[in-house]
Design a protein around this ligand. Sequence first.
Ligand code: MG
Length: 388
Amino acid sequence: MTDSPAEQKACQQKKPLWAEREQVLLAPYAMFSVQSKGRQSPEPLHPYRSPFQRDRDRILHSSAFRRLSGKMQVFTGDMGDYHRTRLTHTHEVSTIARTIGRVLRLNEDLIEALALLHDIGHPPFGHSGEDVLNRCLHDQGGFSHNQFALTLVEELEKRYTPYPGLNLSREILEGQVFRITHQAQAPLLEVQVVDWADSIAYNAHDADDALKLGLLRMEQLEPLDLVQRALASQANGQPDSSPVALRQRLVHQLIDVQVVDLLDSTRKLFESIVSLDRQTVQEQGVHLHLSPKISEERKTFARFLFDNVYRHPELIAVREVAASQVRELFEFLTGDRDRLPSRFQLRAETVGLARAAGEYIGGMTDRFFHQQYRQLVIEDTPAATDWD
Ligand code: MG
């Protein structure tokens, strides 16, 4: 097979431009693209895009990524149009993570790829959808969104290439495996940054969305130390004290307070490891951390959200309906395999009918689920539609 012009150029070039750029910009403890363990199916290097840039683009262009726009983060589409979806959450995580990564001189392309991937495996209806599928697939090893993300990018996504999946770099896949196993050894610093950005983003924007939707009142949040700290840090020069302006400033400052604390707390640590390479840093188990004070305040804030937002009666009611419908559709499809789209009937031959049905449901957006539920379970139409 003849190499493409880009591949030929890559072979001719001694050091690609992206490798030179990383050499100048990244700290020794960062994950350099040239040190990547490569892909399951080897591919020639590209002269102008680093392997992690290509990973990011493959994720961004995948069907699974686009479906994030139709999946709820915490609040369903029935509750309004202006709160976060999994897609907007993903972009918030990406931008926070890249900010942290840039300050610490880590590999931003790797960080962005990991961030875009991190929620791709969520089924419809968030954690309630996941809990039901996990129970439905109990005898087949359960269902987890982190595991399903790997199934999507390693098996179910299709590209123009002969191999299945997106053929991502091993560092991306290992970062996702860490989200499942939380193995003892410290993961890449880039993986840790995305984990921090995820929790900083969702704590702040879930509070923001809950306020906007009227599930929470500002007076309930104000006694919390982290909220007081955030509000105090933006008091000067902010004359607009309307509820909307206050809410907007709160979410901004909640994120900023935590990101700045994370960077302040780890700055000394990073000064001490600045001459160490990535492998040594991993062997030493270096972890990013907040200051003890903010860490405690964050825990209290997270507990408050758990009790007052995630367990809000309005949310629980929506989730219960969704959960029973997910179970109903799962039982319907496993009771009549011919109703599955042909691709999943074929897949059932290798992974079993229950898993194939779980994967089919897991890949749906919330609205697509409602459509399929109505057509199949209520109207008894002959066959389901594939989401790809
Ligand atoms: Mg997330």
